[in-house]
Design a binder for this molecule. Structure first.
Ligand SMILES: Cc1ncc(COP(=O)(O)O)c(C=O)c1O
Length: 347
């Protein structure tokens, strides 16, 4: 179904937002002359240095077009097809990637129901059976999303617990960091504290939801794991020929404070939206608001009226739970107007 193009902003997705003007400017500036294609260019070298400054020197960084590709190829690099990836039932890799992780890695996904999108050690323990038994897939990776698909954020302690448990059990920790900037500002930490320092092995580092036009990075915290990745990326159709344009965007985002300012703003807007919605008794907020997503039960009868003006996604049809997302360009006026419409609709 084609959704109408409108100049106004909705709360459907942080991917519905445009591109941050500073990122557009970076793309424009990178659009000069010729450089060697496929990443052998000064923009890519500089962007990789910026990643190293943020996440540590002993890493390998690869740029790819999108988040699904980053997840699938990052997982592919560290698994064999008889192995399994443990994830939350709500994980993007489980529900929003059209089976691509299974198709391209050959691995079974072992998904676990969790109330808040977070995996915990007690969810994983029951899956660690049949180790060495050829009739069972062999768990190899724990994949978590930071921020989770339910808008919650793993604390540093929770991350370390998972990583320690993983490594004790010959598992790796993969992080889908499509919203890693929002997580870091939510926890008031650096990007390194919630990745390298917490024990993450492979990371999909998100750019699009933080104001980029497109582009994500796969980061390996153990360089040996990246040995074959250049081939995996090419075979996986994610080797961008004009790599400089992804690199220039990341450099702009990460060399200064742009990533942090944009995510801080988006998170603050989500807090504002949640606190306004909490005042409306017909609306029930269902998850802690820890980053830039607000999950709420909006009684079914009100949904069509609201969606006429503000498209948003229904997350759980059964209970009419919906998702509202804020982004770097959400304004206080956007929220006031939307909340006024909600008030009018439920009256
Ligand atoms: C948690 C999460 N992971 C990954 C992605 C990346 O998906 P895409 O392939 O659309 O860039 C998204 C995008 O919505 C997401 O929400």
């Amino acid at each position: 179904m084609t959704k109408p193009v409108s100049r106004s902003r909705s709360f459907a997705s942080d991917n519905n937002a445009g591109v941050h003007p500073e990122v557009i400017e970076a793309i424009r500036k990178a659009n000069e002359g010729h450089v060697i294609a496929y990443g052998d260019d000064p923009y890519t070298a500089r962007a990789i240095r910026v990643f190293e400054e943020r996440l540590g020197r002993n890493i390998k960084v690869f740029f790819v077009f999108g988040g699904t590709g980053a997840n699938v190829l990052g997982l592919k690099a560290v698994t064999k097809s008889h192995e399994a990836v443990i994830c939350a039932a709500t994980a993007h890799i489980n529900v929003d990637e059209c089976g691509a992780p299974e198709k391209f890695t050959g691995c079974k996904l072992l998904s676990v129901e969790t109330p808040d999108g977070k995996l915990r050690v007690e969810h994983i323990k029951p899956l660690l059976h049949g180790i060495g038994f050829e009739h069972h897939v062999q768990p190899r990776v724990i994949s978590i999303s930071q921020v989770t698909e339910m808008g919650t954020v793993y604390t540093v302690r929770e991350l370390k617990e998972l990583a320690t448990f993983a490594h004790k059990n010959n598992l790796l920790l993969h992080m889908d960091g499509a919203r890693i900037a929002n997580a870091a500002v939510s926890l008031n930490t650096s990007l390194k504290e919630i990745t390298a320092d917490a024990g993450v092995d492979v990371l999909s580092f998100g750019g699009a939801k933080n104001g980029m036009m497109y582009g994500e990075a796969v980061v390996f915290f153990n360089p040996k794991m990246a040995n074959d990745f250049k081939y995996i990326r090419k075979q996986g159709m994610h080797l961008p020929s004009k790599m400089r344009f992804i690199a220039a965007q990341f450099e702009t985002l990460l060399s200064g404070d742009l990533w942090r300012l944009s995510a801080t703003h988006a998170n603050r807007m989500a807090q504002m939206l949640a606190s306004e919605l909490r005042k409306i008794k017909q609306i029930e907020i269902t998850q802690p608001v820890e980053a830039n997503g607000v999950f709420a039960i909006v009684p079914k009868k009100y949904v069509p009226q609201l969606q006429k003006k503000y498209f948003f996604y229904i997350w759980n049809e059964e209970i009419s739970e919906v998702r509202f997302m804020t982004s770097f360009d959400t304004t206080e006026e956007d929220i006031e107007e939307f909340v006024a419409l909600v008030r009018k609709t439920v009256k």
